[in-house]
Ligand binder design. Structure first.
Ligand code: UDP
Ligand code: GLC
Length: 383
């Protein structure tokens, strides 16, 4: 099947990393069309997935844009739309991986008469988006998409609650290659030494720096954790959240935690860094649609504490394969971290359970089969 994948981002967020795994089996006959240049293009090339930057003008619609702003920016997008329609003629199916890709993909689907699939990586609720953005996404998905693939039950439920048609939406979790997360002990020690944290209890936070990802909650919790606990914040502001970075540095300074919090920036050696941690914390203050980092921590055999909302609740069963805490509650987070330190054997058993279970549940081969089966139903309708 020849697929034209569309993604608005030039940078590799979770939705983009997921797309690499989805596009790979189709790469002989597929194209990933991006609406911005950047390191995501390079990553796709490294995986031998054909990629073309179809538009370089930034699409000026943010998560809280008004209808006027949305229409204005649509006018600026005519060259991109034309290009996508042209490319779409050469493919069997359009696969939109982000919301702006849905907008352009829906128009192209109409003019090029190609079916549209929308991979929904977001929780379409007012906590995350403006009413205009919600209306646009739901209307276009309902009208043009043959299939909506939701990254969790939580994303599916929000889609239906916002007015999305329940008959077109199916849940498929992100897939992973478990072997990628098996790191030899010698390498783990080397990473800990390089970080200068050999003797510390390392709490890893792996996420782009954005207010809703809640890095500030973990910093705040650290003041109530034992003195040997140290936080590594892995990730950068991918979508212009520069103020938040300043805010985090300020918070660290005010709490005198300069020696206990390290900002590592964006990294591409996540499995190595996760393996070097003693615990991984997920602290989103708005419901997480899926939460790749939670599964990655499990595959790394590291205990994971996650904020109890959205997709995280589908991934973590309290006390069985991880820990759930009330979102935006640093005291509770500190208590759970402290308990993990005090009960190492119990915590290690939970982490081991999680690793075994996640290796089966999120295996990329199985997940790709699920996607292939869903896409086959669209193909059979075409014939
Ligand atoms: N990640 C990365 N480098 C970093 C920080 C994060 O490659 O410096 C990866 C992380 O391992 C995960 C993804 O980015 O696979 C983030 O996905 P997630 O679903 O957790 O959150 P998103 O940012 O997509 O909302
Ligand atoms: C989005 C979501 C994240 C999810 C990822 C992959 O970026 O914010 O929760 O894990 O997509 O589906």
């Amino acid at each position: 099947m020849k697929i034209l994948f569309l993604d608005q981002s030039g940078k590799p967020g979770g939705a983009e990393l997921c797309l690499i795994d989805i596009a790979k089996p189709y790469r002989e006959k597929a194209l990933v069309g991006l609406f911005a240049d950047g390191s995501f293009k390079t990553l796709l090339q490294q995986h031998s997935i054909p990629v073309e930057v179809l538009g370089t003008q930034a699409i000026k619609v943010s998560k809280d844009s008004s209808l006027f702003q949305a229409l204005f920016s649509l006018g600026q997008l005519v060259p991109l739309i034309k290009k996508v329609i042209q490319r779409a003629q050469e493919y069997d199916l359009i696969y939109a991986n982000t919301q702006k890709a849905l907008v352009i993909g829906a128009i192209a689907s109409f003019f090029a008469r190609r079916p549209l699939v929308y991979h929904l990586h977001d929780i379409l609720s007012k906590e995350h988006f403006s009413q205009t953005n919600l209306n646009v996404a739901i209307t276009l998905a309902n009208r043009f998409a043959s299939l909506v693939i939701a990254n969790s039950q939580a994303s599916k439920t929000a889609f239906i609650q916002a007015g999305g048609k329940s008959g077109i939406v199916k849940v498929v979790y992100n897939g992973f290659t478990p072997q990628t997360y098996q790191i030899p002990e010698t390498e783990i020690q080397k990473t800990r030494t390089e970080l200068g944290l050999e003797s510390k209890f390392i709490i890893g936070h792996f996420s782009r720096l954005a207010p809703w990802k809640g890095q500030h909650i973990l910093i705040s919790a650290l003041t109530n954790c034992p003195p040997e606990t140290t936080v590594i914040l892995v990730g950068d502001a991918l979508f212009g959240e520069q103020d938040y970075i300043q805010q985090l540095h300020q918070q660290v300074k005010e709490l005198k935690l300069e020696n206990r919090v390290k900002f590592l920036g964006f990294r591409s050696d996540i499995p190595q860094l996760m393996a070097a941690c003693n615990l991984v914390a997920h602290t989103s203050i708005a419901p997480e649609p899926f939460g790749r980092v939670i599964v990655e921590a499990m595959l790394s055999g590291r205990p994971v504490v996650a904020a109890k909302a959205g997709g995280a609740v589908e991934l973590v069963e309290q006390g069985i394969n991880g820990f759930l805490v009330t979102p935006a509650n640093p005291q509770e987070l500190a208590q759970v971290i402290t308990a993990c330190i005090q009960e190492p054997e119990k915590t290690a058993t939970i982490a081991k359970n999680a690793q075994i279970n996640a290796s089966l549940r999120f295996d990329v081969t199985t997940i790709n089969q699920q996607i292939a089966q869903l896409l086959a139903t669209i193909k059979s309708k075409l014939q």
